[in-house]
Unconditional design. Structure first.
Length: 467
């Protein structure tokens, strides 16, 4: 320890980044479970939808339950986080491989039972390592700037790690199969994760005053009663998310519509590039245009392009993939901007109640994000079942192919229309109003000024302003 507090080593920085890259190689590959169940194991799409739903809803709930355990339990060596990370790391690789080791020759009932057991174990291991690994950034160093470096590196390397399986999964599974693909991604992922287990050190012991807040479901949902804009934002988030089929259907479109699973790489790139473009241009555009209108504009543009792509068809690959890339601007718009809108609702919450509830806001966001992940896979599989897709057939009929293309393009459009309707009806926050609320919340604006400028639309501000 020096005058700046506990300082982490360079090895900790490097291995922490590698840890998140490796972890997301695993998680990214596991993101194709819906495709694996139908295309890899030949399970009926409707059956797969029901099989995958309950375990993934449990995934959304158990993080909060596990948070209570981590917050209250200490191992004999006094550590709070690293032992969980080690347990999860050594278990996640094995659990993932077992999940993808189901022999296609087994009866469907046996496949389903095997998958459910394997997924529950996989989810437990992932829960053990994920949140505690995030928390390690707070106990390896007391230096705020260094913590920021840890967290920003975590986000960057996690994103990069997650892109790799999305881009390569079609090529790898087509050449080696799902089981060998799992061994490849899990083996590499674990090799990248393990060095941190030896380099990461818990230096800072947390006491009651600096524990991270945890919230009960009752507290989180009661907070929604006082923050209607957060509720509207989260509802739109779920609607957009449950119809976002761009990644989950990429292998279906590549194989059935384009006739080559290797072309899944191009679909993945078409979805990823707009996210990079929107993320880089948004800060500049938001200086001149309210981000709410940027979101609506991006969604409308995407809807129009999707309709054009529907009529152009999939027979000519180059025009089709260009239109897919353009239509994914809508996907990029909501994925980037929706989180900013959630952050804006925290200012409204403080303005109305006088109390900061940032922790509850982002706990709700995490819960809803995981619930959305559960819904999108099951909903996508139900849509696949509607097309008449036959998991046992080597080649699908022309009617099924046409319906796959239609679902891929138009389900997101339906989500955009419904999400826009929710936001236009119930979400009134705009950048100028949020800025005024922030000024009031930071005691830079008087009660009288806030009441004059904001109360006509948002009601009177809370008189007791806690900061």
């Amino acid at each position: 320890m020096n005058k700046n507090g506990f300082i982490a080593t360079r090895a900790e920085h490097a291995t922490y980044n590698l840890f998140w890259f490796g972890q997301n190689l695993l998680w990214g590959y596991a993101g194709f479970l819906a495709t694996y169940l139908t295309m890899g194991l030949g399970i009926d799409a409707a059956v797969a939808a029901s099989v995958i739903f309950a375990p993934q809803v449990w995934d959304a709930i158990n993080d909060t339950l596990f948070g209570y355990i981590v917050d209250r339990f200490r191992f004999k060596n006094g550590q709070q986080f690293m032992p969980w990370v080690k347990i999860g790391t050594f278990g996640i690789g094995v659990a993932t491989i077992v999940m993808f080791a189901i022999p296609p020759s087994l009866e469907q009932k046996t496949k389903v039972i095997w998958f459910i057991i394997a997924y529950v174990i996989f989810d437990a291991m992932y829960t053990f390592l994920d949140a505690p690994a995030f928390a390690m950034a707070t106990v390896m160093t007391d230096n705020i700037q260094e913590r920021t470096s840890f967290i920003s590196g975590n986000k960057l390397f996690a994103m990069l790690g997650g892109i790799v399986p999305v881009v390569l999964v079609g090529t790898v599974t087509d050449k080696f199969g799902w089981f060998i693909g799992a061994i490849i991604f899990c083996g590499l992922g674990c090799l990248l994760m393990i060095p941190f287990l030896f380099c990461g050190k818990e230096r800072r012991k947390q006491d009651e005053s600096d524990k991270e807040e945890t919230f009960t479901f009752n507290q989180m949902f009661n907070y929604l009663k006082t923050n209607k804009y957060l509720l509207a934002c989260l509802l739109a988030f779920v609607i957009f998310g449950m119809t976002a089929f761009e990644s989950s259907m990429s292998l279906y479109v590549a194989k059935i519509c384009f006739g080559d699973t290797g072309k899944q790489l191009f679909i993945a790139a078409a979805a990823a590039l707009p996210v990079i473009l929107v993320s880089s241009l948004l800060p500049v555009a938001a200086r001149k245009i309210d981000k709410f209108y940027l979101l609506i504009g991006g969604l409308v543009f995407s809807a129009v392009i999707s309709v054009i792509a529907l009529f152009v068809g999939y027979e000519k690959f180059l025009p089709a993939i260009i239109l897919v890339a353009l239509k994914c601007i809508g996907l990029a718009s909501w994925q980037v901007i929706i989180y900013m809108l959630v952050a804006d609702t925290t200012e409204y919450g403080v303005y109305k109640t006088g109390t900061h509830a940032t922790g509850i806001t982002f706990s709700l966001q995490t819960f809803v994000a995981k619930l959305k992940n559960a819904v999108v896979n099951s909903f996508m599989l139900l849509c696949i079942a509607w097309t008449g897709y036959d998991a046992s057939a080597a080649v699908q009929t022309a009617e099924v192919t046409r319906k796959i293309w239609t679902v891929f393009l138009m389900m997101p459009v339906i989500g955009y229309i419904l999400g826009i309707a929710v936001l236009l009806k119930f979400y009134d926050l705009r950048d100028s109003s949020v800025q005024l609320m922030a000024s009031y919340n930071n005691l830079e604006l008087s009660y009288e000024e806030a009441e004059e400028k904001l109360s006509s639309k948002f009601g009177k501000p809370a008189k007791q302003n806690k900061v």
